[in-house]
Design a protein around this ligand. Structure first.
Ligand SMILES: Nc1ncnc2c1ncn2[C@@H]1O[C@H](COP(=O)(O)OP(=O)(O)O)[C@@H](O)[C@H]1O
Ligand SMILES: [Mg+2]
Length: 311
């Protein structure tokens, strides 16, 4: 960027994160609610606290992992783990695989195994972070937790019950999966209907569950809006609310921090901490190690489909 500026090029960078890279800028404009909320040098803006007010994501201080989740959660202390993977391996095949393989000239490519003998257990109230580079198999792993994908070998147990062969629609009452792309799980015409979808129709507690889930992510004032009109950060929070409303015992979050602004990150933090305090087990997948360390009790790495202890 400096080279461009020296050469006389004006550079405008749009970002919702105040990354170190942006300290190269001479001036920061902070936009909020469609107007300029603050303007000045990076140092002036930081000193005025304008970033947090506007919901800009600020670098987090480096922290260690939280102490191990101990006893004291009301459920699952003596029983089976909330979630267990036993020697799970997986290869995409047939309709799960990419149809375009067939369109390639020559013999069809051999399917490549994506997960290799994964074993892990997560207890009630525990937050496990899984970090790893793109393509490591993180999303593939999460799709096994609610039965969207079935292991090629090995088994997945939720509260001690093998979910093999059960449709994802049934497992999802127990395991809530927040997709990597929130738009993949939003399809209703209002925020309120989106959260209500999937709850038992006419269930007296449904109204309350919808209100509580929307309040938990701070979207209660947007109940009548069309999900497609919301900014990306609120779409992710809405997808999270649809999952929370069913009060799952396991929450699986795929790259939950991506596209969240500062307010969204704070809401996600509150939700993860409060649901685990109530005994939900959380598995979150991220490539953001700082985030993983700030929230998780335990961190593992997934690399080329194999689980490794994190350094
Ligand atoms: N539907 C699919 N069909 C075939 N291969 C896939 C499919 N989805 C993902 N893959 C492949 O599986 C590997 C792991 O992908 P993914 O689980 O999305 O990784 P991550 O979430 O860690 O980035 C990648 O090589 C990817 O190309
Ligand atoms: Mg992924």
């Amino acid at each position: 960027m400096r080279k461009l500026v020296q050469d006389g090029t004006a550079v405008v960078v749009l970002s919702q994160r105040a990354d170190a890279f942006l300290n190269n800028a001479g001036t920061w404009l902070v936009l909020a609610g469609g107007t300029v909320a603050a303007a000045g040098s990076p140092a002036e803006i930081v000193a005025a606290g304008a970033l947090e007010l506007a919901g800009v994501v600020c670098p987090r201080p480096h922290t260690g992992l939280r102490p191990p989740a101990g006893a004291g959660h009301e459920s699952g202390v003596d029983g089976p783990p909330a979630l267990e993977l036993r020697d799970v391996s997986f290869t995409y095949r047939g309709t799960q695989g990419r149809g375009w393989f067939r369109a390639q000239p020559g013999p069809p490519a051999d399917p490549v195994p994506v997960l290799h003998g994964l074993s892990l257990a997560v207890s009630a109230g525990e937050i496990l972070a899984v970090a790893g580079p793109n393509g490591a198999g993180k999303s593939t792993l999460l799709r096994h937790l609610n039965g969207l994908l079935q292991p090629t070998a090995g088994s997945v147990l939720v509260r001690g019950r093998n979910i093999g062969g059960q449709p994802a629609g049934r497992v999802s009452a127990d395991v809530g999966l927040l997709f990597q792309q929130p738009r993949d799980q939003l399809f209703e015409r209002t925020v309120e209907r989106e959260v209500r979808f999937g709850l038992e129709r006419g269930q007296p507690a449904a109204d309350q569950a919808v209100q509580q889930a929307l309040a938990a992510v701070g979207l209660e004032h947007l109940a009548g809006r069309h999900p497609a009109e919301l900014p990306a950060s609120q779409q992710r929070l809405l997808a999270l609310a649809t999952v929370l409303a069913r009060r799952p015992s396991v929450l699986a979050l795929d790259e939950p921090t991506v596209s969240l602004d500062g307010h969204g990150l704070a809401a996600l933090d509150r939700v993860v901490r409060s649901t685990t305090a109530e005994g939900t087990a959380v598995v979150l997948v991220t490539h953001d190690l700082d985030y993983a360390r700030s929230i998780a009790h335990r961190l593992v790495r997934l690399d080329a489909g194999r689980l490794l202890a994190a350094d």
